[in-house]
Write a protein that binds this ligand. Structure first.
Ligand SMILES: Cc1ncc(COP(=O)(O)O)c(C=O)c1O
Length: 382
């Protein structure tokens, strides 16, 4: 991906090279953003609230690259998976599943009683556009769900290629989870035709957890208008109607909206393309380091995530022991997820973290792994 590089903007606001928090979400949050959480309480039906929320609704579509609408809901990202399905879809659904989160979205569709076909790829492998195309040729689907970046395995799928086949070979709605790709790498809601694109606050937006953001297309809203029973709490038509008044249908998370107002300015001041470039530079630092230090990526090159790396440590180093040592050294590391919990570590390199801080955590991993090996029976003999 040819992207500009950012040389002058300090994403960490004075903490360059000092970030020690590498959990793949919730992520490290700048002190200014944490401070903004303490804004004054007010009624969410007041003019002052609409002023705040109106500013957010102006800025948010820029992150999704849409000329249309983007919204927030005081749910975690999973709430908007459900909002998309209950608001717009009667079925059938094609759920693309290649990791813990995409599997869960498929399961959600089944639990909602929707006729759901699971397109399965192995954990650690991307969803392939050709496989989606084959499934779409077999049957007419009303919606396709796909997770752009599987945080569980650090695997990114080629979402624009998938979107292309969905739109060329069907009229299905395309629901994309961009939870760990938005504000970390290119996401183009309009150009790719994402009908609902959903993200959580606690990932590359570098906000505290507790609020979901999403874009919604006219096609998705039209599908919602055609659906009789959409529930109440997660009805996207209510969200749209209240959005026109710069309000939420129910009580929003005011502290998080204060923080989001501040953080959206920060993200846009860095520039989206610069932010993507920084995330790709953080991935490049891990890619350069890993083979030299004896760590191995779970996915193949080409599918490495720009926001989270899932790695097998060197032979003889237990991930659990390694992360224990990392905690002692003052870091907040990420563990493997699901099927890879016992075998992998994950390094979350997203949000406002800088390349220098990533290089520091990599050096610490290498040093701690070497200490573990030296203390092992085989190491002691050598
Ligand atoms: C790709 C992806 N989708 C969905 C989720 C679920 O998000 P939440 O816990 O905010 O509902 C996560 C959480 O880590 C995720 O990484």
């Amino acid at each position: 991906m040819a992207l500009m590089s950012s040389t002058t903007f300090d994403s960490t606001s004075g903490h360059a090279g000092q970030v020690k928090f590498f959990n793949p979400g919730p992520v490290w949050v700048r002190p200014e953003v944490l401070q903004a959480l303490g804004g004054p309480m007010m009624s969410h039906r007041s003019a002052a609230f609409s002023e705040l929320y109106g500013r957010i609704l102006q800025k948010l579509p820029k992150l999704f690259r849409t000329a249309g609408q983007a919204h927030t809901l005081a749910t975690s990202a999973t709430g908007v998976w459900e909002a998309a399905l209950v608001s717009c879809v009667e079925g059938p659904v094609l759920a693309c599943c290649n990791g813990a989160f995409s599997d869960k979205w498929g399961e959600m569709s089944q639990r909602l009683g929707l006729d759901t076909t699971i397109l399965k790829a192995e954990w650690g492998k991307p969803i392939l556009a050709d496989d989606v195309k084959k499934r779409l040729a077999e049957r007419k689907y009303q919606a396709v769900t796909v997770v752009h970046n599987e945080t569980s395995t650090g695997t990114i799928s080629d979402l624009p290629a998938i979107a292309k086949v969905v739109h060329e070979s069907s009229d299905a709605l395309l629901f994309a989870d961009v939870v760990t790709s938005l504000a970390a790498t290119r996401v183009e809601a309009d150009a790719w035709g994402l009908d609902v694109a959903v993200c959580g606050s606690q990932k590359a937006m570098a906000l505290p957890p507790g609020i979901a953001v999403f874009s919604v297309s006219e096609k998705a809203l039209a599908a919602a208008r055609a659906k009789k029973h959409r529930g109440l709490y997660l009805d996207l038509l209510d969200v749209e109607a209240f959005g026109k008044k710069s309000q939420n249908p129910t009580t929003p998370s005011l502290p998080l909206l204060y923080a989001m107002d501040v953080q959206l300015d920060h993200i846009l001041a860095e520039g989206l393309e610069n932010r993507w470039a920084r995330h790709h530079a953080m991935l490049a630092a891990v890619e350069e380091w890993a083979p030299k230090a004896g760590f191995r990526f779970l996915p193949e090159k080409g599918s490495h995530s720009p926001s989270v790396s899932s790695l097998f440590p060197p032979e003889g180093v237990s991930p659990e022991e390694l992360n224990k040592a990392m905690k002692k050294a003052g870091f907040t590391p990420g563990s493997g997820y699901g099927k890879f919990k016992a075998t992998n570590i994950r390094i979350g390199h997203m949000g406002d973290v800088d390349v220098a801080s990533v290089k520091n955590v990599l050096a610490a991993y290498e040093a701690e792994a070497a200490k573990i090996l030296a203390a092992s029976p085989a190491g002691a003999k050598a």
